[in-house]
Design a protein around this ligand. Structure first.
Ligand SMILES: Cc1cc2nc3c(=O)[nH]c(=O)nc-3n(C[C@H](O)[C@H](O)[C@H](O)COP(=O)(O)OP(=O)(O)OC[C@H]3O[C@@H](n4cnc5c(N)ncnc54)[C@H](O)[C@@H]3O)c2cc1C
Ligand code: FES
Length: 266
């Protein structure tokens, strides 16, 4: 695996065939591509993906976190609209334009802090990649994973392999009843505040996680899932308001950023 933040690999745009689509229920799908040149990427980086034969619509590529790199890179797709529906119904052999790796991945976790990964639904993707990297470094993260119900937790088995996994569901169908932030309260106590949080999920979840980390005086990185047009700093469509005024661009300065630097109330 690439060392995090070191020698950032150069993005490339390639047309590659889909090797396989593994569906996890109706809404979640892992797409694996077949690349001649291995994709080098750090955990937290993303790809802009579009079907090479989609025609005019949807016109823009869709940003997707990278789940695995290498010769067989993969992404996890949750169906929400037309683009993700097209991705989710693709068949092996279909050609895709993949522009990757893009953006800034997760920063390293200081040795004196316990890495705590907080995932909401499909936000698990960049955190599985991070957890695998930490395992290769001989570190085991605590992972807190939440969703509305058991069916909203794709890749929970993959996360369990490389972390100490705790689950919360809002309907109580798996793990603890309630939101993932309930688990974070316990993790802050358990680590006596000596934790670094990495979070990806719905905006409201990340805002609350950052608030809790601020109260615990703990560092907290988040992966921003904003709307993106280009993915590499040209269209200015991914501006996110910062604390103290001004904006940062999620595609080029993120998507992994200091959660305390974001003006969540805006
Ligand atoms: C860095 C990053 C990583 C992401 N990683 C994943 C991932 O691993 N798996 C996953 O399933 N989703 C991921 N997303 C979200 C995903 O890009 C959007 O769900 C997708 O673009 C929606 O496209 P659509 O055509 O299906 O939906 P649309 O019908 O276009 O829209 C449905 C919803 O998605 C939002 N949306 C539309 N276009 C975009 C866009 N270009 N970027 C972000 N949101 C958009 C709209 O605001 C709307 O609420 C990520 C987004 C970003 C920015
Ligand atoms: S998506 Fe175009 S500038 Fe960020």
């Amino acid at each position: 695996m690439e060392p995090m933040h070191c020698g950032k690999p150069r993005p490339r745009q390639v047309v590659v065939p889909l090797l396989r689509r593994d569906s996890i229920g109706a809404s979640h799908h892992v797409l694996t591509f077949d690349c001649e040149q291995p994709l080098e990427a750090a955990p937290g980086q993303f790809a802009m993906v579009r079907g090479a034969q989609w025609g005019e619509s949807p016109f823009l590529p869709r940003p997707m976190s990278i789940l695995t790199a290498g010769r067989r890179p993969s992404i996890l797709v949750k169906v929400v609209g037309e683009g993700t529906r097209r991705l989710a119904s693709s068949e092996p052999g279909e050609l895709f334009t993949v522009h990757a790796p893009l953006g800034v991945g997760w920063a390293p976790c200081p040795e004196d802090r316990v890495p705590v990964l907080v995932a909401g639904g499909v936000g698990v993707c960049p955190l599985v990649f991070l957890a695998r990297g930490l395992t290769e470094q001989g570190r085991r993260a605590i992972a807190l994973y939440g969703g509305r119900s058991a069916g909203d937790l794709p890749l929970d088995d993959e996360l369990a392999e490389v972390t100490d996994l705790r689950i919360a569901t809002e309907d109580g169908s798996l793990g603890q009843l309630g939101r993932v932030t309930v688990l974070l309260e316990s993790a802050i106590e358990e680590t006596k505040g000596r934790l670094k949080v990495y979070a990806c999920g719905p905006r409201a979840m990340m805002a609350r996680v950052v608030e809790m980390c601020r109260a615990a005086d703990a560092p907290c990185e988040v992966s921003l899932e904003t709307i993106m047009g280009c993915g590499y700093g040209v269209c200015l469509g991914c501006a996110v308001p910062k604390v103290g005024g001004g904006y940062l661009y999620a595609c080029s300065e993120g998507p992994c950023v200091d959660g305390h630097a974001i003006a969540w109330e805006s």
